[in-house]
Design a binder for this molecule. Structure first.
Ligand code: NAD
Length: 260
């Protein structure tokens, strides 16, 4: 693959990638790009079933370690950071590429979202990023970068994106507050907002194929983006070349979001 930043840009850097499900995952596109730029990586996936799919990818790259982590389970993210601390003693960047909402709440109207579904979606898709930042902070004594994945549905009403719209809006606001709070420690915080990509999570969105068709038709580039494109942006954002950037949402959608 073509390296998004110079092949040595992340040499000696150590990073965590949270949210590997399979080779279509945006997290996997990020892992490949970060590795191509020289970074050493530890990755996480949801559970043993996911690990069976991800392990061959992890070994091929290679990842230094693949750890199972269900963010809804008390203590599992803390265990991941214990492994990072024991193995490396520090962390340069973390990529959070995780989202979940219960099916009924995702496909229904936002106005009908259950309290339990709303809280679960916020916990897994938003509060978990705060927890990643909190656990990363003591390992980033020399500064670092945190990246999470958002979507344009945070700003505009995207048909059938439903409950994830308000959840991503909260995630983007969290990015701004974390950037303000952690900037004095040299920690930069970024949201990346990709256009639609056919992944497992995306298949939970009703008529997602229509979003894919519209992306290619509406984007000035007339092309859909890929997980590799997201990875390229991510590798740039965690590199020193992006030292002047923090707290913002960077779109990687072929320009679709600028169109009326
Ligand atoms: N695919 C798209 O079109 C698109 C567009 C914009 C943003 N995003 C965002 O990109 C991120 C990655 O999604 P993706 O499209 O690569 O799909 P994906 O299914 O490959 O990744 C989603 C990941 O979230 C993980 N996850 C869900 N619940 C979890 C939990 N309780 N604990 C730990 N992990 C959990 C899944 O196991 C999976 O690894 C998400 O935040 C998504 O909202 C996706």
């Amino acid at each position: 693959m073509v390296s998004p930043v110079p092949a040595t840009a992340l040499t000696g850097r150590r990073g965590l990638v949270v949210g590997l499900a399979d080779e279509r995952s945006i997290a996997w596109g990020c892992a490949r790009a970060l590795h191509a730029a020289g970074a050493q990586l530890i990755g996480t996936c949801l559970n043993a079933k996911a690990a069976a799919v991800v392990r061959p990818l992890a070994e091929a790259l290679p990842l230094e370690a693949l750890i199972e982590c269900n963010l809804e389970r008390e203590g599992e993210l803390e265990r991941v950071f214990r492994v990072v601390a024991e193995r490396w003693g520090r962390l340069d960047f973390a990529v959070h590429s995780v989202a979940f909402a219960p099916g009924a709440d995702l496909t229904g109207r936002v106005v009908d979202a259950s309290r339990a579904g709303f809280l679960r979606a916020m916990d897994v898709s938003c509060h978990s990023f705060l927890r990643v930042a909190r656990l990363a902070e003591p390992l980033m004594a020399d500064g670092g970068a945190l990246v999470t994945m958002s979507y344009h549905g945070a700003h505009r009403v995207v048909q059938r994106y439903g409950l994830m719209g308000p959840v991503k809006a909260a995630l983007e606001a969290s990015v701004r507050y974390l950037a303000a709070e952690l900037g004095c420690r040299g920690i930069r915080v970024h949201a990346v907002s990709p256009g639609p990509i056919a992944t497992r999570a995306a298949s939970g969105i009703d008529r997602f194929d229509e979003l894919l068709e519209r992306a290619a038709a509406e984007a000035p580039s007339r092309q859909r983006v890929t997980a590799a494109d997201v990875g390229a942006l991510c590798a740039f954002l965690v590199s020193d070349a992006a030292r002047g950037l923090t707290g913002q949402v960077s779109y990687v959608d072929g320009g679709q979001h600028i169109m009326a």
